[in-house]
Design a protein around this ligand. Structure first.
Ligand code: ATP
Length: 219
């Protein structure tokens, strides 16, 4: 059975680097990617745009794109958007046997041990780690190395053989886009369209988002 792929993030705003990740994962696994915008990110400063606006931008960015779907579950839940809660929900919906995978960039992966109840994540899902410029994927730091020891899958199909517990590293052509650099550029009135899907750029302009360093108007 193909894994259910869940790709979470703040998406503040969604950029072409995120889309490159989602498309590459979809194509490598031959499966749909659900994109989960966070309501209230626990590990970072308050986002520049409101959750509803970030979700709308994500919907615009993936409209008409086969195999990419918006999943609004974190916006419906009260409180911080812990990944462990989203995976527990998905696991309950899918049943104990269905392969489920959480997709994250190499930077997020290295920071995983700071996440809420992070050791439960490999019990609930596989991890698909996508390469990102300037974030090394070799030589895992502790305690990641210990927890994930012997669990590395060397091909995507391996994730179909069990519900959770493996990790797979997907190397993609490097894409330099980052949301924080985008917000900085937008706040300073610099060009940013090279990293933004056109409908997202239009939405940001129409709603006056990210105009100040503190994050713009929000919605
Ligand atoms: P920031 O620049 O503020 O850190 P971001 O661009 O990483 O933001 P997030 O919404 O935090 O945006 O990212 C969601 C997920 O997408 C994370 O797992 C992150 O590692 C991954 N990601 C974002 N941009 C890239 C990229 N250019 N290449 C690979 N992975 C990326």
């Amino acid at each position: 059975m193909k894994p259910v792929l869940a790709f979470g993030g703040t998406f503040d705003p969604v950029h072409v680097g995120h889309l490159a990740v989602a498309r590459a994962v979809r194509d490598a696994f031959g499966a749909e990617v659900r994109m989960l915008p966070a309501a209230d990110p626990p590990h970072r400063p308050a986002p520049g745009a409101g959750a509803e606006a970030r979700a709308e931008m994500l919907a615009l960015a993936i409209a008409g794109e086969p195999g990419l779907r918006l999943d609004r579950r974190e916006l419906r839940r009260a409180g911080p958007s812990w990944t462990v809660d989203s995976l527990a929900e998905l696991r309950a919906e899918l049943g104990p046997q269905a392969p489920l995978a959480w997709v994250l960039g190499a930077d997020a992966f290295r920071g995983l041990p700071t996440w809420h109840q992070w050791a439960r994540l490999p019990e609930l899902a596989h991890l698909v780690v996508v390469s990102r410029p300037d974030h090394d994927l070799d030589g895992l730091p502790e305690p990641l190395a210990t927890v994930l020891s012997g669990r590395r899958a060397n091909r995507p199909e391996a994730l179909e053989t069990r519900p959770a517990g493996l990790w797979y590293c997907l190397r993609i052509p490097p894409h330099p886009a980052s949301a924080s650099e985008l917000r900085r550029r937008l706040a300073e009135g610099q060009p940013a369209d090279d990293w933004l899907p056109a409908p997202v750029s239009a939405y940001i302009a129409a709603h006056g988002l990210y105009r100040t360093r503190s994050g713009g108007a929000g919605v």
